[in-house]
Design a protein around this ligand. Structure first.
Ligand code: IMO
Ligand code: MG
Length: 446
């Protein structure tokens, strides 16, 4: 029997906020299973479908259309936040079957306070985290004191673990509400209560993913964050506390990477970043303010203004290599075109010589210069009746896309020109035309 399923991954190639939510939702119509495998409430994925805006932090953006939705073991989950998101999804008429890994780690209110406390200790080296408790929860995971989703089922286990974490982190927590045992007990009661609610959804999700795979279902793995926020390969220490590279899906969901057919890299047509750390192509403030306003570049999770910069080709080249990307989805071209001047960074130079690596420390960055290429702006796009087509786009925009393809030697298969599924052009339909059955009839959104 011919196997018709497609196993694909959608990943961010920059500093996060590339538009993964939109691209994932767009593609999800041809997949039956959506899987998140890393991060937690630090992710902020916006999906606009049929005129309604959905903001997801924990639930995969493919949830609106996929039958089965998986929150993998590699995630760190605030169970209260998750319960709220699940409610919102149900209210919106979505009936996907959600399953949560028993082995995913639990973010508690204590971890969120620890996140803020750790930032103040870091002082000059503060990261500008989203204060969602991500770092402290992964710390506990690797210290082997972490609370897993399955632990929510036992109040005693929860209390033991909370007390252990408290003892380990007492120096940071002594000045907080959690120094009082009754407050820790109250937190445990709340966690236990929400755990009762989530019990029916807890599974060994890796087994379910395999079951779906054996049934021939198409599976979409959705990355959170981006390559430059990856704990190993990003701009350490200004990174998140998990891996964001494609390979992370194997460990964060328990699915062998060799079975992944297709990797789609999402890149914004310019760059944005929240938090501190090196940002080679960052714009000076006047221009940055303009681009930030045009693109409404304020964090989905924190509301913070995002730093913005020109497209960084050397960085993308690295991300494409590290994730083994097959094709790009480029977002926000509608925004970029409205700048008076547009540039692309084409190379990094040190002592006049081009370098083939991305420096990963401030010291290494000193003396590095960027080569830029000027591109022609294409202005505000008029939305044609019947939707966009590539050939009808302004010549300057097409040239930008073709230049990106030429510099990176990879096809830009998907172009996003605004929120909403309709503002998307698929240039090469190889992935969409694969023999995977179209599940659009399952679309639960009215
Ligand atoms: P999505 O999935 C943008 C950034 C934070 C901070 C650093 C560490 O929407 O692309 P953390 O709270 O993870 O300890 O913060 O990483 N960061 C993100 N920036 N988009 C995200 O997710 C991010 N997740 C983390 O701003 O600089
Ligand atoms: Mg974000």
């Amino acid at each position: 029997m011919e196997v018709s399923r497609v196993i694909a991954a959608v990943l961010g190639l920059q500093f996060g906020d590339e538009g993964k939510g939109k691209i994932t939702d767009f593609l999800s119509g041809m997949f039956q299973v959506a899987v998140r495998f890393n991060g937690g409430g630090n992710a902020g994925h916006t999906v606009v479908a049929n005129g309604k805006t959905y903001k997801f932090h924990l639930i995969p953006s493919g949830s609106l259309r996929c039958e089965t939705v998986v929150l993998g073991n590699g995630m760190v989950i605030d169970p209260h936040g998750l319960a709220e998101e699940m409610d919102k999804l149900t209210t919106s008429g979505c009936s996907s079957h959600i399953i949560i890994s028993k082995m995913a780690h639990v973010v508690t209110p204590m971890h969120k306070i620890l996140d803020t406390k750790e930032e103040s200790v870091r002082s000059k080296l503060s990261i500008g985290t989203t204060a969602q408790g991500i770092g402290p929860t992964y710390e506990d995971k690797y210290a082997r004191t972490g609370i897993r989703m399955v632990d929510l089922l036992s109040r005693d286990t929860l209390m033991e673990k909370v007390e252990t974490i408290y003892r380990m982190k007492e120096s940071l927590l002594a000045s907080t509400e959690f120094s009082r045992k009754e407050n820790r007990e109250a937190m445990v009661d709340e966690l236990y209560r929400v755990g009762q609610r989530l019990t029916p959804f807890l599974e060994y999700t890796e087994l379910e993913i395999f079951r779906q795979y054996r049934k021939g279902k198409s599976i979409l793995f959705e990355g959170a964050q981006g390559t430059m926020l990856d704990i190993d390969f990003g701009m350490y220490p200004f990174v998140t506390s998990s891996n964001a590279l494609a390979g992370a899906l194997s460990l964060g969901a328990g699915f062998p990477f060799r079975k992944v057919d297709y990797v789609i890299g999402v890149a914004k047509a310019y760059m944005s970043k929240v938090g501190s750390g090196p940002f080679p192509t960052e714009l000076e403030e006047t221009q940055a303010a303009r681009l930030r306003d045009l693109g409404h570049e304020f964090g989905t999770t924190t509301g913070r203004p995002r730093r913005v910069g020109w497209l960084d080709i050397p960085m993308l080249r690295y991300s494409i290599m590290m994730n083994d990307v097959d094709a790009l989805a480029v977002t926000r071209l509608d925004t970029l075109g409205q700048m008076d001047k547009i540039r692309i960074c084409t190379a990094y130079r040190k002592d006049g010589k081009e370098i083939d690596y991305i420096p990963r420390s401030f010291q290494e960055f000193s003396g590095v210069e960027m080569d830029y290429m000027d591109m022609e702006p294409w202005g505000k796009l008029a939305q044609p009746e019947g939707g966009y087509t590539f050939s009808a786009l302004p010549a300057a925009l097409r040239k930008y896309v073709e230049k990106v393809e030429e510099l990176l030697d990879i096809p830009v298969d998907i172009i996003s020109l605004g929120e909403g599924r309709e503002n998307t052009i698929v240039r090469d339909t190889s992935v969409l035309n694969s023999q995977a059955p179209d599940t659009r009839e399952h679309d639960p959104i009215p």
